[in-house]
Ligand binder design. Structure first.
Ligand SMILES: Nc1ncnc2c1ncn2[C@@H]1O[C@H](COP(=O)(O)OP(=O)(O)O)[C@@H](O)[C@H]1O
Ligand SMILES: [Mg+2]
Length: 619
């Protein structure tokens, strides 16, 4: 080993090393600078970026400003106006480490122009790669403007790790939405390459005095399908909105959690919220939640990580337990039947655990009963064949099912005709439709027994395979909607989805921007069945949030086709004609993987004549 003498690192090197931890990408610069503006009491914050933030980031605020002397101090490491050394546990601001400005300054060309509220003049400091270039008087009426050019110019290695411009813009949009959600009294404007992406006015309240920002950001649909949570005792209080079990999502990206107005992404919340919904939603679905927790600063440690996105609570068990019980209580109250007054069907609660993920209610243009539970019931005829059960159990469950379901024998000549005309029933292993049970299962008779088909599961697989084939052969046809569908998704999601509009065209989906928070769907794929556009768009948004790095949906072909299939399938609960049922059976026979649905569940079960004979002890 070569012996090197120990040397003290220079301030510049220390700052660049620290920048590695605090400033990972343009997003981190925006986070730190917006936090500074909020700490300075700003009422209006404008965030402008160019080329996803790598060329330029400008944050303008109307906060209290910085004096000339403090400008020099502010860019020094561990210099902060927000922490008293006598009591470092008492943290009341976003910042307290005094690291952000020196870190950003050391890896970019930074300019801060500011005018302190008590002063008549503004000053500007220019820093290049951590070295002060000059400090000069400047013209500025109020507040602070921080300009960060050529981020990572001095640490080019970092540039290699940056994602595409569009994904940087997307994460920045998400971050600003998260800030805006929790600071409804501050106006936020986000401009990317000259285009206004977000624009939230301050103090928006509706007639009842409710803050409307939650609806603006998360969408009216979320508000309609969520309940309020509110709790306050001793050193802890929290409030927010949490979705009804019937309105679940694919991932936990929709957890918007805050502690003392700080954006927190901590496993603690994911676990607690999941536990609160235990047994109410399928294990692979997540609720959507906006939760604002306020806690005595002495009861929480926010200094867990330099980015301050995680927290440790002193009494974790108490907070977890309270969250779980309060969320469950709120859901239970909203779900209780109402004695009088108007009942909002979307608030109705289905206590049984469904086999398929619940989705937002389908739009009215679909020829399907809107409020019918779309999934097979927990105890059904076909499910019982999944398990090994004794003959008598099967017998019991069949009679039970036949008693409870709306059993309908279809007298239709076309059945016999189809059977007669078939040269050999061997070529139709799934047989011919005899009837439909519970508007959910198709019963068909084959040569050697009978078959029960889960119509939703089967149709979903058929659409998926058709879609995949069409994609591979590059011939997905789309059909314009007579009336374009407007989907209210909230500004955050709208922005994310619109970035993928070109990719979506390949899937036959044509979308456009409609205001800041809506998407207009003009064309949908021409496939079997109609597409539940809203359900599809919501799942797509969740997927897109998950794939931060991808710019082209082709990479996720299977998943996107799966989403389309799932939302364009014939739902359980829809009455089918015999022709429709037979068409499904014939397609299943000619489709690969048709014995399982998209989610791996069986699409059909068969009971042979031999098994029937055994069941009735006829052998
Ligand atoms: N936008 C701003 N308005 C007013 N003061 C600011 C602003 N940004 C930074 N400052 C001042 O600069 C100091 C250093 O900022 P920073 O490096 O982010 O550290 P911290 O926020 O942890 O104190 C702050 O403590 C604050 O006094
Ligand atoms: Mg700061």
């Amino acid at each position: 080993m070569i012996c090197m003498k120990i040397k003290r690192l220079t301030e510049k090197t220390i700052n660049r090393i620290a920048a590695g931890e605090v400033i990972e990408r343009p997003l981190s610069v925006i986070k730190e600078l917006v936090e500074n503006s909020i700490d300075a009491g700003a009422k209006n914050i404008v965030i402008e970026i160019e080329r996803g933030g790598r060329n330029l980031i400008i944050i303008t605020d109307d906060g209290e400003g910085i004096t000339k002397d403090d400008l020099l101090l502010a860019i020094e490491r561990h210099a902060t106006s927000k922490l008293s050394e006598d009591d470092i546990c008492n943290i009341n601001f976003h910042g307290f480490r005094g690291e952000a400005l020196p870190s950003i300054a050391s890896v970019s060309r930074m300019k801060i122009t500011s005018r302190h509220i008590t002063k008549d003049e503004a000053w500007q400091i220019e820093v290049l790669g951590g070295e002060v270039q000059n400090l000069v008087p400047a013209g500025l009426k109020q507040g602070t403007v921080v300009e960060v050019r050529d981020l990572f110019y001095f640490t080019p290695n970092r540039l290699k790790f940056l994602k595409s411009e569009s994904s940087e813009i997307s994460v920045c949009t998400d971050l600003i939405n998260r800030f805006a959600l929790c600071h409804a009294n501050i106006s936020f404007k986000f401009i990317s390459d000259g285009r206004v992406v977000l624009n939230y006015k301050p103090n928006q309240t509706d007639l009842s005095g409710e803050d409307t920002r939650v609806g603006d950001i998360l969408g009216a649909d979320f508000l309609k399908n969520s309940v309020k949570v509110s709790f306050s005792r001793d050193y802890l209080s929290f409030k927010g909105y949490t979705s009804l079990p019937t309105y679940s999502r694919k991932t936990s990206v929709n957890y918007l959690t805050y502690v003392n107005r700080r954006i927190i992404r901590d496993k603690f919340f994911i676990g607690a919220v999941k536990a609160a919904y235990n047994g109410l939603i399928p294990h692979d679905r997540y609720p959507m939640i906006a939760l604002f927790l306020e806690i005595d600063p002495y009861e929480v440690d926010v200094n867990v990580h330099p980015t301050k996105a995680e927290v440790r609570f002193k009494d974790e068990n108490f907070i977890r337990g309270t969250l779980i019980s309060e969320i469950r209580k709120a859901i239970a109250q909203a779900s209780a039947p109402q004695a009088s007054g108007e009942i909002n069907p979307s608030k109705l609660y289905h206590p049984q655990i469904n086999l398929l993920p619940p989705r937002p209610i389908v739009q009215s243009s679909l020829n399907i009963n809107r409020f019918v539970d779309e999934r097979p019931q927990a105890k059904t005829f076909s499910n019982n064949f999944n398990r090994e059960v004794s003959t008598s159990q099967i017998h019991d469950s069949i009679t039970d099912s036949f008693r409870s379901v709306n059993f309908e024998v279809v007298e239709n000549k076309s059945v016999e005709k189809a059977e007669e005309s078939s040269s050999s029933s061997d070529s139709f292993p799934l047989g011919f439709a005899k009837c439909q049970i519970n508007n959910t299962f198709i019963i068909s008779e084959s040569k050697d027994g009978f078959i029960i088909v889960d119509q939703h599961a089967a149709h979903e697989r058929l659409v998926l395979e058709k879609m995949k084939k069409a994609m591979q052969e590059n011939r997905v046809k789309s059909q314009p909607l007579l009336v374009p569908e407007v989907v209210e998704v909230g500004a955050a999601m709208a922005e994310k989805i619109l970035e993928f509009s070109l990719s979506l065209r390949k899937f036959g989906i044509v979308i456009e921007r409609n205001g800041l928070s809506q998407i207009l769907v003009r064309e949908v794929p021409y496939l079997l069945g109609k597409l539940d556009i809203r359900g599809f768009i919501f799942d797509l948004a969740d997927n897109i949030s998950e794939y931060n790095t991808i710019t082209n949906l082709d990479e996720k072909l299977d998943e996107i086709c799966g989403n389309i299939a799932c939302h364009s399938s014939i739902r359980a609960g829809r009455k089918l004609s015999v022709e429709e049922m037979n068409a499904i059976l014939r397609e299943m026979e000619n489709t690969p993987f048709s014995s399982q649905c998209n989610h791996g569940r069986p699409t059909f079960r068969k009971l042979t004549l031999k098994e029937l004979h055994n069941m009735f002890e006829r052998t």
